[in-house]
Design a protein around this ligand. Sequence first.
Ligand SMILES: C[S@@+](CC[C@H](N)C(=O)[O-])C[C@H]1O[C@@H](n2cnc3c(N)ncnc32)[C@H](O)[C@@H]1O
Length: 275
Amino acid sequence: MDCRLQKEELEFWESQKRCGDEMDLKLARDLPDDTPDFILKMMGDFENEVARFCFSGAKGRVLDAGCGNGNLLLRALKNENNKALGERAALQIIGMDFSGNMLGRAALRAAEDDRAGFLQGSVTSLPFRDLSFDRVVSSGVLTCLPNTEAAAKALQEFYRVLKPEGVLVVDFFSRISHYTLIRKHLFREPINPPEYVSPAEFQRALERAGFAVLACRGFDFKPCQGYLFLSRWRPIIDPGYFQERLSSFLERRVLPGRPRLNLLGYRIYVKCIRK
Ligand SMILES: C[S@@+](CC[C@H](N)C(=O)[O-])C[C@H]1O[C@@H](n2cnc3c(N)ncnc32)[C@H](O)[C@@H]1O
């Protein structure tokens, strides 16, 4: 693995100093301080949906590998609290991250909840015994790894710690989404694995590691990306704006009737089972 890039990645997460719930959302998604409320609301809705996709049906021991500031696991625990007592699953979520800073933030936010525990470690060398989890969720982490070998190693580690028929939920950025293609061809941005892969390439990597895909959910939430990538003073040429219009059209008019089209999304979460 490229240790220099991993060191830079770690330094980035260690240097994040903001805190507070709203700031935590901005931090987790790398949003600027003056992000407008409507974008924050959209991000909040996105995170809720992701938390539901990643954690729905989870029970037993669950690992959130690369939990960051705990956004997803906190939402998952809150969703459990909203269920009737008899319907709540017996759940223990272990949040793990290689950044002590992010982990400390997550532990602080979940301090009141005895269903959550935390441990520092890397996804490429998990500090857990074989066959010790019922589910592993790793959101926004494979995309942070320095190269394809590190991503393959992380998948091997997820396989190792999962029990047979355990569930893995991971995500990637699609290199064939319309938004990625705009960035690649118009703005000449580097679009490389393991951050950007096609749905078929990602499925092959999962199968090589011993997983079978159960479900996918693609998301397009790009007004904020447009906002991020170009300044507020250039909204007219902001590709995020056009992308958002196109995405809204696809999601509202086309997707409801044709679920597989969500694979055209920019960020794709995949739920799979350990064979
Ligand atoms: C984009 S954040 C995602 C946080 C959280 N999973 C979420 O979806 O909100 C990426 C997180 O992955 C962590 N991370 C990056 N590389 C890692 C590695 N090799 N092992 C463990 N954590 C890592 C970072 O410290 C950071 O907290």
